[in-house]
Design a protein around this ligand. Sequence first.
Ligand code: HEM
Length: 288
Amino acid sequence: MLETLNVWVDTIGFLLAAGIVIGFIVPHFIASVLTGRVKKHFVDDYWDSLAHRMHDPKQFHYKQPIGPDFPQPIRVWHWVNLVSWMILLISGLYIRYPWFSGGREVMRNAHYFFMYLITINLILRFAYLYFAKNWRDYLTFDKTDISWGISVARYYTFTGPPYDHLKKFNPLQRPAYPAIWAMLILQAFTGFIIWQPAVGGLFSGIFGGPADMAAWMRLVHNINMRFMVALVTIHSYLGSMEDFPVLKVFWFWKEPDLTKYEHEHGDEAHQEPKLEIDESTGSATPSH
Ligand code: HEM
């Protein structure tokens, strides 16, 4: 039965990966080109999120630089996670489908080394979440998130204008981070049981013994890997297409020049009122 399930997982996993690329990324990219978003962002270097940040007091951290939104430990954490995750993915895929000969020892050792590193990194991430007390950025939702979430979804489906940035993360993006943590926990848990079946302890009885438990965990490890790849692919694509200036701060410590937006207007909805100055009294009144 496990053998049949493994074949199904490979087949569905392949279809899922192809579906994400053909069904989401390619059409979304084509629509972004046709609607002028690619040109606006990557040719004109104009980002609505930055314009909003400079012109609309209700935006998250109005007129502030982006850097302080991302504390240094989180940036380091993300790099360690990213590199470890990529190496675990490549070495794991090789363990499953050895696509060249002679690499088994290197790939297994790489998987074993980075599985410790990513697990320690994850534990440190939770420690930081606890001590920095910023779990609310990721784990709380309220009523305002409903209408905001709809405007985010409309923007990404090309049926609405650029959306607001009212909190650190928008309501569609926010659950992605706890989802990644949960998936990493599951991956570590299943991985350590594959490696040392005795880790399963008393629970192995449910599966018919440690060896059977390890075989089932290998299946779960593999399924979870597919979901992680799907989530990480979408996360990376949208992060690059829509939030590149933030990505440059987060990855390369490179702050965008927000002063550039000081004299620009953002979209109509986010303009500050124009002021008419009375020369004699010096008083200013909004003009419409
Ligand atoms: C988080 C900690 C992780 C641990 C403890 C872990 C552990 C393991 C172990 C022990 C194996 C079996 C290696 C062997 O047969 O020599 C394995 C296989 C594998 N791992 Fe991981 N791993 C982890 C993370 C990851 C991640 C993040 C990915 C991918 C994104 C991944 C993908 C794979 C794949 C595709 C296989 C092959 C599974 C198969 O043969 O069906 N692993 N892992």
